[in-house]
Design a protein around this ligand. Structure first.
Ligand code: IPE
Ligand code: IPE
Ligand code: MG
Length: 233
């Protein structure tokens, strides 16, 4: 079975550049190229929802110069690459709090979301200024405001950025780090986790297929028992 929803923590841009004695931002530039390639690959494999972690609520700790370059790469991505992806039927959703972003970027993102909302292909979620704890606090505040006294899993899910979308079946992290770095904490409760040593700029369509193949070898039990011959005795 092809995983319906795949989420990726795109990590290792800085190390990719460092390995080549280049400034970190060159890694980000190369990383954006990988994004376009892998989104197309995800679509062609048959993945329906694809979530990429682009900027976390903790990434503001980075030097201002690096943040500025990331914003300028984001603008280029919206103008050029999103247009192309939209042509392939990709639908866009942003996960995260955009209010801290420069005004021009907010406008461009909103315009892209609007244009792409008519598309019916791959659902692309880009996590921008995203933090799972921030997302959950936002949901709890909404519950308090709506006077919800008896929260259920369905209610919480409906108050997250991913409202209406199935949870990730597969979570991939590149660059060999075994941590989730405040990504989709609620939604990955039962995701299969796949870590690869590949640095994000080096990640290929083949690597994505490899991750999907590994997912297909896993036995998902969701707390139950999968062995059909078992009588439970
Ligand atoms: C991931 O690459 C991109 C962002 C977090 C924006 P990094 O910039 O974290 O690269 P490393 O982990 O330092 O190699
Ligand atoms: C996670 O990568 C965030 C993104 C990929 C956007 P980081 O590089 O920020 O995570 P840590 O600091 O290694 O946990
Ligand atoms: Mg990193």
């Amino acid at each position: 079975m092809i995983p319906r929803h795949v989420a990726i923590i795109m990590d290792g841009n800085g190390r990719w550049a460092k390995k080549r004695s280049l400034p970190r931002v060159f890694g980000h530039k190369q990383g954006v190229k990988t994004v376009k390639k892998i989104v197309k690959a995800a679509d062609s494999i048959g993945i329906k929802i694809f979530t990429i972690y682009a900027f976390s609520t903790e990434n503001w700790k980075r030097p201002q110069f690096e943040i500025d370059v990331l914003f300028s790469l984001l603008r280029q991505f919206i103008k050029k690459d999103l247009k192309e992806l939209s042509g392939c039927g990709v639908k866009l959703r942003i996960l995260g709090d955009l209010s801290k972003f420069p005004e021009n970027i907010i406008k461009e993102i909103k315009a892209a979301c609007k244009i792409m909302s008519k598309n019916t292909g791959l659902e692309l979620n880009i996590a921008l200024n995203y933090g799972a704890r921030q997302e959950l606090i936002r949901a709890f505040k909404k519950m308090a405001k709506q006077g919800i006294k008896k929260p259920t899993e369905e209610i919480v899910s409906s108050l997250l950025y991913t409202i209406g979308q199935a949870d990730p079946d597969l979570l991939i992290r590149t660059s060999g780090e075994f941590r989730v770095s405040n990504f989709l904490l609620w939604q990955i409760a039962y995701s299969e986790i796949y870590v690869t040593d590949k640095l994000w700029p080096d990640f290929t369509q083949h690597d994505l297929k490899e991750a999907v193949a590994e997912f297909q070898r896993r036995e998902r039990r969701f707390g139950g028992i999968c062995d059909k011959s078992s009588t439970g005795k």
